[in-house]
Design a protein around this ligand. Structure first.
Ligand SMILES: [Zn+2]
Length: 237
C-alpha cells in the first residue's frame, strides 16, 4: 500500500512537473512574442508538440488561463489571450501598484552579487538592442522582462514573483497588440537609472523612476477602442 501510494505520489508530481514545464514554455513563447494574441492552442497540438497526453496539455492550458494568458472558449478550445484596452489599462495599473513595493522589498535584501547580476542583464539587453534580426529582438524582449522579474526574485516573496511573471507576460501580449514602436517592452534605458538609485540608497527616487518607467511603456500604447466595421460601414465615406 505504502509503495503504491508513493508511486501515485511520484506520478502526480511528474504530472505537475510536466504541466508546469509546458506552461513555462508556452509563457516564454508568449513573452518573446513567438506566439501572437489570438493564436489557437489545441490540446492535441500542444500534446504532440511536447510529447505528452492531452490531459497534461489541458492541465497546462488551464493553468495558463488562470494567469490570463490563455482564454478557453466553450466548444472552440483554447487561444492565446487577446487582452482588451481596458484589461491593458488594468495590467499597467496593477504594475504601478505592485512594482514600487517589490522594489522596496528587493532593496532591503539586495546583495552586491544581485547588483552585479542586474548590471549584467542590462549589458546583455544593451548588446541585443544593437543587434539585428528576430532572434536578437526576442532575446532583448526577454532580457527587458527579466529585469522586472529579477527584482521580484530578489524581494524573496515567491507569491509576488509569480504575480510578476503573470504581469510581465500579460504586458508582452498587450505590447504585441497595442504597441506603436518597434522597441522592446521596456525600450528605454531606464533600468540602469533604477539600479543606480537603489545602489545610492535613494529608494524614493528609485520608486519614482520605476513609476515613470511603467508610464513610459504604457504611453507607447495606442489603447483606443478599435471597433471593427461592418462591410457596408467600411466602404461608406
Ligand atoms: Zn523595464
Amino acid at each position: 500500500m505504502k509503495s503504491a501510494a508513493k508511486a501515485q505520489q511520484a506520478e502526480d508530481s511528474t504530472t505537475d512537473t510536466g504541466a508546469q514545464q509546458i506552461r513555462d514554455a508556452i509563457r516564454e513563447a508568449i513573452v518573446e512574442r513567438r506566439l501572437s494574441p489570438g493564436t489557437k492552442l489545441s490540446e492535441s497540438d500542444v500534446g504532440n508538440l511536447f510529447n505528452v497526453s492531452r490531459t497534461l496539455a489541458r492541465a497546462a492550458l488551464q493553468a495558463l488561463s488562470y494567469e490570463g494568458l490563455v482564454s478557453v472558449e466553450k466548444n472552440r478550445g483554447a487561444f492565446v489571450a487577446y487582452p482588451s484596452p481596458e484589461e491593458a489599462r488594468q495590467i499597467f495599473s496593477a504594475r504601478r501598484l505592485v512594482e514600487p513595493g517589490i522594489l522596496r522589498e528587493a532593496a532591503a535584501r539586495i546583495t552586491p552579487d544581485d547588483i552585479t547580476h542586474l548590471r549584467q542583464l542590462l549589458l546583455e539587453e544593451g548588446r541585443l538592442m544593437s543587434e539585428r534580426g528576430q532572434t536578437a529582438r526576442r532575446a532583448e524582449i526577454k532580457a527587458s522582462g527579466d529585469f522586472h522579474l529579477t527584482l521580484a526574485m530578489i524581494s524573496g516573496n515567491s507569491i509576488m514573483q509569480r504575480f510578476m511573471e503573470e504581469l510581465v507576460a500579460r504586458s508582452s501580449l498587450v505590447i504585441a497588440l497595442y504597441g506603436q514602436s518597434t522597441a522592446s517592452s521596456c525600450g528605454h534605458s531606464e533600468h540602469g537609472d533604477i539600479i543606480s538609485a537603489i545602489e545610492a540608497d535613494e529608494l524614493d527616487r528609485a520608486c519614482q523612476l520605476m513609476l515613470h518607467h511603467i508610464a513610459h511603456i504604457e504611453a507607447d500604447l495606442d489603447l483606443r477602442e478599435r471597433k471593427s466595421l461592418g462591410l457596408k460601414e467600411a466602404f461608406e465615406l
